[in-house]
Ligand binder design. Sequence first.
Ligand SMILES: [Zn+2]
Length: 458
Amino acid sequence: MGIKSTAAVWTGKFTTKILKLVGSGGTSLPGKVVLKICPDILGHLAQDMKIICVTGTNGKTTTCHVIRDMIEANGNTVFCNDAGANLLNGVVSAFVNEANLSGKIDKDYALLECDEAALKSIVQHFDKLDVTAVVTNIFRDQLDRYGEVLTTVNKIRAGLEQLPNVKLVLNADCSLTTSLNDLSHSEIYYYGVNGPLYEGTSSDISDAVYCIHCKTKYQYEYRTFGHLGGFYCEKCGYKRQAAQVGLTSVIQWKDASSVVEMDVFGNNMEAEVCLPGGYNLYNALAATTIAKLIGLSEDRIVSVLGGLTTHFGRMEQVKLGEGMLNLVLVKNPAGFNEVLQFLIQQKPSGNIVFGLNDNYADGKDISWIYDVEFERLTEHAAGAKHFYFTGKRAYDMQLRLKYADFDTEKFSVEKDYKTLITQLHQSGEQTFLVLSYTCMLEFRDKLAEFVPLKKYES
Ligand SMILES: [Zn+2]
């Protein structure tokens, strides 16, 4: 460490202290200050560590959680950035917090959740380091964030291009993600689901209909959800690659887990994945690929997958009086459709709460809820007692479900979280709460006045 980088670390730590003293939870300011003093600080702080970056539209946070458990099960040490701090400043702050005063970090791995657009700036000084990058999938996020999915592909590509020795772990089922395989200098591993996950998979593949190379419409041998599946292009031959870690079958779906069979680098493996919903199986597969690459034994992989707890995976369970609240975060149509698939399996008989805000982090333009296929849930949610709508755009959400032919007799709009929580408490029913990002934060703040809650991990 040079004088400049050490000074940067000191200043960063000092800034963090001051922010804590004045009661500000801001994570980006220390990073900003540090980068002013030493623009290549990450290269200095990371030089003796192995780096794992996780990027992509959906599943980053859960994938990081599972990878973290895998690394620790291997007897290695690891630190991560907080889920809410996945831009450059947040990552820098995480490194500075972890460093001692001489700028040394005593951990084997840095596990970094990276926003797709920020990947390039985060990894730019990692070119000489041992970096593995996981790309979970690429979906259209809320309409007004990054525009087209191809822009997202290009942003991730721009990041990876800076890493001549990167090991890439790609979702084989995502045609957009797989297209990163033309980064010829990379060592590439694929994970995916080798057949359809469930019956009646959504027909909406609007995020990637046409071949990324020749614009011909993709054909599919099977689909899992959205545009994910066994895609191929008849014209140019671009197609899904065989997965080194492939899910071969789901033996049993349970409430908050599933028992699956996987082909892991040629070995058959059975495991219970203790995460709810089919979408989380992808996250488990990504983490399993990393686990194999770092040398974790298959027994240990099975034990990590079986020991994941339910606050993982954008699904948090909170006991409220006699009832149980299941909180699920939604942030885009693809993720929402997966949550609906989960609800279809659950056949809810208590309450469902839909919460929608239109702050920046939720997406200012809420028309994306019309890309969510609520119609598929209508019949399966017919046994629910009550549908609540909350958040700034509660009425828009209510209207969307009216169009989806839900029973409007069971509708209520309740924008006051305290009143809503009181009603849920009194009902004593199991409740699924499906909330957009800032709505989740606000709701949890209020809920914390009723029951003890863990710090939120999105
Ligand atoms: Zn093609």
